[in-house]
Design a protein around this ligand. Structure first.
Ligand code: ADQ
Length: 459
């Protein structure tokens, strides 16, 4: 049987601490690796003075992790630079924040080539290689240049931007051409897949067969929509754990009869946190009668703290929550509780369950797993209401949420009011349909769908 080799920017070594950040993806990938006696390769998160390609192997059950350390310049140009300051904003439609810098582009190429050189000797002829996400677009091509004839798959966890936006990236054509090294590319939604296909067809002259295959010169690549899910069963079980019940009890007690709205997001401009606060402020301003029946708990652990735009958004959110609380708070009520830390997943499950409304309003998101976790954690007899951005990939599957345009404060305000007034019958009906899709297309379905399709590709 073929072995599976998964490659991602960061690798979580087995048995590491549960910081809440690892999430369902790492668990699903570990399960896939176990099934295929696989290897998980990537950056350790540590630095070194001199990249030598020295690999640290760790083994637990049937999963082997293989990690390398990176030099400061690599981390600065490849990770903080091209990945986080060029590709991430551009792929979330924020060309105003994207920085185009040849130094970043060079560092990105160098690290991908280093990964390829280090990984190549580990790959046996029958192995199947599955590369994850935007940090590693050119890795497949670099492996082919070193003679790999293995089946190579790639999955993109973030949106693919519309063709005209992507043309602003100086390296766009080379980058897309390099993706033809793969046999299969997976996207969360049809929208992201179509944007990729349109760029390849109209900017590079690739041919589309109408049945999922693009051809460029002598390379063919299959495109597939394959939305990621969560481990829904495990998450529902977590929400019945002791830690979850205790968190639930505490939240209900401290809500003091008011409806809680919950937001859980990495502190990132793509998540629409400022727009969410403004929409809530609109609700507070326009609906004085409903105002004190509700409060918002926003949990937002800082991420990418060394990047300036992330420091700036943190400052703006602190100011905005302070202004809103200053304008509306009373002796017995504060409209926004704003918390900047992570929580273990069982505690998070209890908090979700205590929330009458899940507020998930990214401006652009590849999928968004928080929306699915919120649904999975609900009490089936008395579930809360999910308010979800139309611009999250999750909206393609979750049409029974209250869908909103996160750029419109009025739509967010109306949705909050609607959710607060929604009767139990409608909440249960909507939740059942949502839970059905969250359970059916879970993370195990996602990785099986992708790996099965990859195994079927001819070499
Ligand atoms: P992210 O942008 O990180 O993922 P998301 O899909 O919402 O976004 O996943 C975040 C995860 O972190 C969730 O599992 C959530 O529970 C956890 N988390 C967030 N805040 C937390 C906190 N304070 N404490 C504990 N846990 C917390 C990227 C893409 C997404 C895509 C995923 C998977 O941007 O669009 O859904 O990859 O493909």
């Amino acid at each position: 049987m073929s072995r599976l080799i998964i490659v991602s920017n960061r690798v979580h070594a087995p048995g590491g601490p549960d910081t809440g950040a690892q999430g369902g993806l790492a668990v699903a990938l570990q399960a896939a690796l176990k099934q295929y006696r696989g290897i998980w390769f990537g950056w350790s998160g540590e630095r070194t003075d001199n990249y030598t390609g020295q690999i640290t192997f760790q083994r637990s059950d049937d999963v082997t992790t293989a990690t390398v350390d990176l030099e400061d310049q690599d981390i600065e140009e490849y990770y903080n630079g091209y990945a986080n300051r060029t590709l991430w904003p551009l792929f979330h439609y924020r060309i105003d924040l994207a920085e185009y810098d040849r130094g970043f582009a060079g560092g990105y190429k160098r690290v991908n080539e280093r990964f390829a050189e280090t990984l190549r000797p580990l790959v046996e002829p029958d192995d199947v290689v599955w590369i994850q996400d935007y940090h590693l677009f050119p890795l497949g091509d670099a492996l082919r240049k070193l003679g790999s004839r293995n089946r190579l798959g790639f999955f993109l966890h973030i949106p693919w931007p519309p063709r005209r936006l992507l043309t602003t990236l100086p390296e766009a054509e080379d980058l897309v051409r390099s993706l033809f090294a793969y046999d299969l590319i997976g996207f969360h939604t049809d929208e992201w897949l179509t944007s990729f296909r349109e760029f390849a067809q109209h900017e590079l002259g690739a041919k589309w067969d109408g049945r999922g295959v693009l051809t460029l010169g002598n390379r063919r690549v299959r495109l597939q929509t394959c939305p990621i899910g969560i481990d829904a069963k495990e998450f529902a079980a977590l929400s019945a754990s002791d830690a979850a019940m205790e968190a639930h009890r505490q939240m209900i007690e401290s809500a003091n009869g008011r409806a809680m709205m919950i937001g859980v997001d990495r502190l990132d401009y793509s998540k629409g946190l400022e727009e969410r606060f403004c929409g809530y402020e609109r609700f507070l301003r326009d609906r004085p009668d409903e105002r004190k029946h509700v409060f918002l708990l926003q949990i937002a652990p800082p991420s990418r703290v060394t990047v300036e735009t992330y420091q700036a958004i943190r400052g703006r959110l602190e100011a905005l929550s302070g202004q809103i609380n200053g304008a509306y708070a009373d002796v017995d009520w504060v409209p926004i509780r704003y918390v900047n830390k992570g929580y273990p997943r069982d505690v998070l499950a209890g908090i979700y369950r205590a929330a009458r409304i899940g507020l998930v309003t990214p401006l652009r998101d590849g999928m968004n797993l928080v929306a699915k976790e919120y649904v999975a954690a609900q009490d089936p007899e008395d579930p809360g209401v999910l308010i979800l951005s139309r611009f999250a990939g999750a909206a393609e599957q979750m049409e029974d949420a209250v869908l909103v345009n996160p750029h419109s404060a009025e739509e967010i305000s109306d949705a909050i009011s609607l959710a607060l007034r929604m009767d139990r019958k409608e909440r249960v009906q909507r939740w059942r349909r949502l839970m059905d899709s969250v359970t059916r297309e879970d993370v195990l379905w996602w990785r099986k769908t992708f790996t099965d399709a990859l195994m079927r590709e001819r070499v």
